[in-house]
Design a protein around this ligand. Structure first.
Ligand SMILES: Cc1ncc(COP(=O)(O)O)c(C=O)c1O
Length: 383
């Protein structure tokens, strides 16, 4: 199908940056700098400064960032790690692959972990909390860190969707022992393929992850233990470093788009929109614009019919809903309900105002043409 409005628009972004991108590729390739070279170290330094941590270590993707962070933190067989089901399967997979057990709690109205449910999920085996900062909004980290402190639990942040998001100026990834980022192409800071990073203030964790990402190899050639190849390519790092400079401008544009969505859709009673952009305490970067909608499937079909590319995250299922993973015993009514109602509207920095108006017109007309909502109108509730 030829989309009139794309969900993400890689070619447009490339065209805007073509000269700088091609210059960077030429510079890296003509120097022959492909694995663990200066461009990677530069990107790591700039990323750490951006997030506000002492260290950043580039790795192959966020799934590996999570897995290596858990491993470096000593999480393993017999341990439980508390997270959510409303996330990409990678979050729970990382826990599984270090031999620990994922424990899933329900979400709140902002689609992030409902931190009020956290304490009742803690058992004597709980070793860590793995909050997911979904859609570019941070979990309630004040409350979460207080609970973690009280129960002496580690915190590893899945910040795959939240580069630049903050609470009272403190950025996601800098609260816990480690924060994990994804540079999957559709992310705010997207590579030309896969990429990821771990950020931390803990020197030992940074050092362990540097070792784990490169076969456990020490500078003198000795091998410190069994490990993997999870390196971030130097070429990807150079391109990410180039793009990182644009991130503040891209965040500003995303927030502007959300502002327009809010203005145009905020009065439609059949919709529940994400909390609108505010300067504090939560500063959201809107990796995704995930709305809740009555008659979601009808709306989805109408938008697609009109050439608007809309999506439901992860194919419309939470982690506990994939039978093969064996996590179906968790009872998560808010998450179950979310997957009957959620939908992501197009949101990317190349989206033109006219395209956005077009999307909003289709949505407004859709609800004008269907029966009015029964019962109390939904309202936006910021936790
Ligand atoms: C919340 C979340 N966690 C983890 C990941 C995994 O990231 P990656 O694809 O870089 O392994 C993603 C990526 O889509 C994600 O959205």
């Amino acid at each position: 199908m030829e989309w009139k409005v794309r969900f993400v628009d890689y070619p447009s972004q490339f065209r805007k940056m073509e000269i700088e991108i091609m210059d960077t590729i030429k510079m890296v390739l003509s120097g022959g700098d492909l694995i663990l070279r200066q461009q990677l170290h530069d990107f790591e330094a700039h990323l750490a400064a951006f997030v506000g941590t002492k260290y950043a270590v580039g790795v192959s993707n966020c799934t590996d960032a999570l897995r290596l962070s858990l491993q470096a933190a000593g999480v393993g067989p017999g341990d439980e790690v508390i997270s959510v089901s409303h996330t990409f399967v990678a979050t729970a997979a990382a826990v599984h692959h270090v031999g620990a057990t994922p424990v899933l709690v329900d979400v709140a109205d902002d689609h992030n972990m409902n931190v009020d449910l956290l304490e009742q999920a803690i058992t004597p085996r709980t070793k860590a909390i793995l909050p997911v900062h979904l859609n570019g909004r941070l979990c309630n980290m004040g409350q979460l860190m207080a609970i973690a402190g009280k129960h002496k639990l580690l915190v590893i942040e899945d910040s795959a969707q939240a580069l630049g998001a903050s609470i009272e100026g403190k950025r996601g990834g800098s609260f816990g022992l480690a924060g994990c980022f994804s540079f999957y192409p559709a992310k705010l800071l997207g590579a030309f393929g896969d990429g990821g990073a771990v950020v931390t203030n803990n020197e030992e964790i940074a050092q362990k992850i540097r070792l784990l990402r490169d076969h456990g190899r020490l500078p003198d050639g000795e091998v410190a233990g069994w490990s993997f190849n999870c390196r971030l390519d130097n070429l990807q790092a150079a391109l990410l470093d180039l793009k990182l400079k644009r991130v503040p401008e891209w965040i500003a544009r995303r927030r502007q788009i959300v502002h327009l969505y809010q203005e145009r859709l905020g009065d439609i009673p059949q919709l529940l929109l994400p909390p609108p952009p505010s300067d504090g305490p939560w500063f959201d970067i809107y990796q995704n614009y995930e709305i809740e909608a009555e008659n979601r499937d009808g709306l989805l079909a109408r938008l697609r019919e009109q050439g608007i590319e809309v999506m439901i995250q992860w194919g419309g299922k939470g982690v506990h809903q994939f039978q093969a993973l064996g996590l179906g015993h968790f009872k998560l009514p808010r998450t179950d309900r979310l997957f009957e109602r959620v939908l992501m509207l197009p949101l990317h920095t190349e989206l033109a105002d006219e395209q956005l108006e077009f999307v909003c017109d289709i949505i407004a007309n859709f609800y004008r043409s269907v029966r009015p909502a029964v019962g109390r109108p939904l309202s936006v509730k910021a936790p």
